[in-house]
Design a protein around this ligand. Structure first.
Ligand code: CP
Length: 355
């Protein structure tokens, strides 16, 4: 693996190998595997889990890392092509990124959606422009429409919990006072489809995910159903009966038979970039704050997932987050072994020698 940008760039077999590597490193640590290797981390946006798990993973494998947070102790970075830089921003990514890449063996970048132009965000214009400036292994630490590190960790969590490969996952919209990006719902949907799960997207009217995200996930579901694993095209044990994607606004219909409910807040795509219209639509759906009542039609063992951070009693009620359904801390913990697997695959001399 040369870069970890999107689960869709990997075959299902490659993802299963990464998950096996994560489990192996969890059980049998390799404290010298990445001795002497350096990971650069560029965070254009804030983080807790992604930043800490990357640094911890690198340290646990014997390597080291540095962190750049533009505007917070380091120069702000301009990303726009052709910008006249006569304002407060001192450095352009055209110099900044190659310089950073020259100091490390792999670079991770977090760069959220601008939230103004849906086509530009779905097309990953900003992240791709940054990626083109780097000649080292690259990790997507959350771009406009993807969060593959979270998705890999979540796949591991589903496996750890014994959630059936073809079980039912409900991707459930929840209220947030701001229009949050599409990265996590898109990555979660793709991961679940690639795993072979039946997915129901539960959201209020006006908050359907964009067609491009749905179509991409449906292709992954079809590949899982036929056992053809994505980019590598390798036949595996996906098999018939895997993967369907439905959308509904009916809570009872969605929750019926659910093995897991993955809660996430996201912006309305019909009014993307129109803050006032989006805020009005979200205010009308303020009651989409999940509590135990939402699970009335769900089996007792149905689990609750959320990538965190979560606003308590805005998106999810205290009692549900603190109750037995919740596996949010397990998800967050799994960011560490998942990150170790990605870094090991990208950087360990044993892996690179066979490429
Ligand atoms: N889930 C996640 O990516 O968390 P952070 O934003 O804290 O990194």
């Amino acid at each position: 693996m040369r870069r970890f940008i999107d689960l869709a760039e990997l075959s299902r077999v490659q993802v299963l190998a990464l998950l096996a590597l994560a489990a192996r490193l969890e059980q049998r640590p390799e404290p010298q595997a990445l001795a002497g290797k350096i990971l650069g981390l560029l965070f254009m946006n804030p983080s807790l889990r992604t930043l800490a798990s990357c640094q911890a993973a690198m340290a646990r494998l014997g390597g080291s890392s540095f962190v750049i947070t533009p505007g917070a102790g380091t120069w702000q970075l301009e990303t726009r092509e052709g910008a006249v830089m006569d304002g407060s921003v001192a450095e352009h990514i055209r110099e900044g990124l190659p310089v950073l890449a020259s100091y490390c063996d792999a670079l991770g970048i977090r760069s959220f959606a601008d939230g103004k132009d849906l086509a530009a965000d779905l097309g990953e214009h900003k992240f791709n422009a940054m990626a083109r400036l780097i000649d080292k292994p690259l990790i997507n630490l959350e771009s406009a429409a993807n969060h593959p590190c979270q998705a890999l960790a979540d796949w591991k969590t589903l496996d750890d919990l014994g959630i059936p490969q073809r079980g039912k996952l409900v991707l459930c919209w929840a209220y947030h006072p701001r229009p949050l990006p599409l990265a996590v719902p898109a990555a979660t949907l793709h991961m679940a489809a690639m795993r072979g799960m039946n997915v129901t997207i539960l959201r209020p009217e006006g908050f359907a995910l964009p067609a491009a995200i749905l179509e991409k996930a449906r292709r992954a579901a079809a590949d899982a159903a036929t056992g053809v694993g994505g980019a590598g095209g390798v036949r595996d044990a996906g098999g018939a009966g895997a993967g369907a994607i439905h959308e509904t606004s009916d809570v009872r219909e969605a929750m019926s038979g659910a093995h897991v409910v993955y809660v996430k807040e996201w912006a309305g795509t019909a009014r993307y970039g129109d803050e006032a219209a989006d805020a009005a639509a979200r205010r009308a759906a303020r009651h989409w704050c999940l509590n135990e009542d939402w699970f009335a039609a769900a089996p007792p063992a149905c689990r609750l997932m959320h990538c965190l951070p979560v606003r308590r009693n805005v998106a999810i009620a205290d009692a549900l987050l603190d109750g037995p359904r919740s596996v949010v801390l397990r998800q967050a913990y799994n960011r560490l072994p998942a990150q170790m697997a990605v870094l090991h695959d990208l950087l360990s001399p044993a892996e690179t020698a066979t490429r």
